[in-house]
Design a protein around this ligand. Sequence first.
Ligand SMILES: [Zn+2]
Length: 383
Amino acid sequence: MLAIIHATLVLTDRLQPESFVTAENGVITGFGAMKDCPDLSGAEVYDAKGLFVGPGLVDIHCHAGCGIWFYEDPEKAAAALLKNGTTTVLPTLYFSMTKDELVENFAVIKAAMHTGKTPNVAGFYTEAPYMNPKLGCDRESNPWKGPVRREDYMPVLEAAGEDAKVWVVAPERENIEEFVKDAKKINPSVRFAVGHSEATPCEIEALMPYGLCIGTHHTNATGTLPKYPECRGVCVDECVWYHDEIYAEIISDRMGIHVDPYMQRLVRKIKGDDRVILISDACVFDGPVPETGDYEGATDILFDWAGEIAGSKLLLLQAAKNFSKHTGAEMPEIFKMASKNPADATGFTDRGEIKTGKRADLIVIDGEYELKQVVFEGKLIEA
Ligand SMILES: [Zn+2]
């Protein structure tokens, strides 16, 4: 048994100081006030000395771990993230990859997953194949800009198999419904996200019965549709706001460049603390910082060689801290957005909160979101 004592527990609705949490066989077996702590003889004891203990972080949209693309070295990428508090991650392959590359890269990551080398990897969140090439997706050189065709996409769906947890789609692509139906046949519990898209609400709503429930990097590459001159139209973000069941992913960098701090507060207000998902969108692009645009100090975001913003080098814990600064959200809410909400949205209801019976993935942090200790499946991991 592992016991963490003298902890300030971060529960979904409150902070609970001077508490304990116990774990055995990988799951949480109890928690409560120190005065009710069970006999700990024989247990491994970690004294949190008043620090905050929350659920391990769940990053559902992450291309790389600490500067390593998942498809290049899944084991190293996953280990780097685990050390930094990301106890569940969905590696993300993306739109620039051809059919053969996607098939091969899925195989590389699956080989690591299914031999126990990447225990915190829980499946795939894929930003491919059918995005809208106009919206941050390689435009003319996008390998998937042609028609949506079974013979092209089936090998990709089959390569991901049941490990596919989320497919991002641009609902405006012709015949996308066929792709969505086939993806569901392979994994009936798969979810869909709308991203790199300028779909109308109507086009998005058509896919909701199949399980579209996430807005990919909300307000980034989500299009605008001015219907009449001088009149604001409605597009992807407005549809995400409208539907309570759709989660909004936010990349919260330090300067608020991906999503302006005011917009982060607005999205939080509209969607509520149960429907915001913090993501890292971590990548390894190395384009130069463009001279135009006010990017001074934005050291945690990345650019491609076309000078466009291309993901981040954030860890999810840093994004969590940034979001708390930008919006004033407190720790219980922040942990929902970085752990419970992403777990719920992707079907991992066995984790994401401190509750008896949930997976014993925990992190210990101080009040500034500095990581002190990681617990993975009930075991202390060196941070
Ligand atoms: Zn993207």
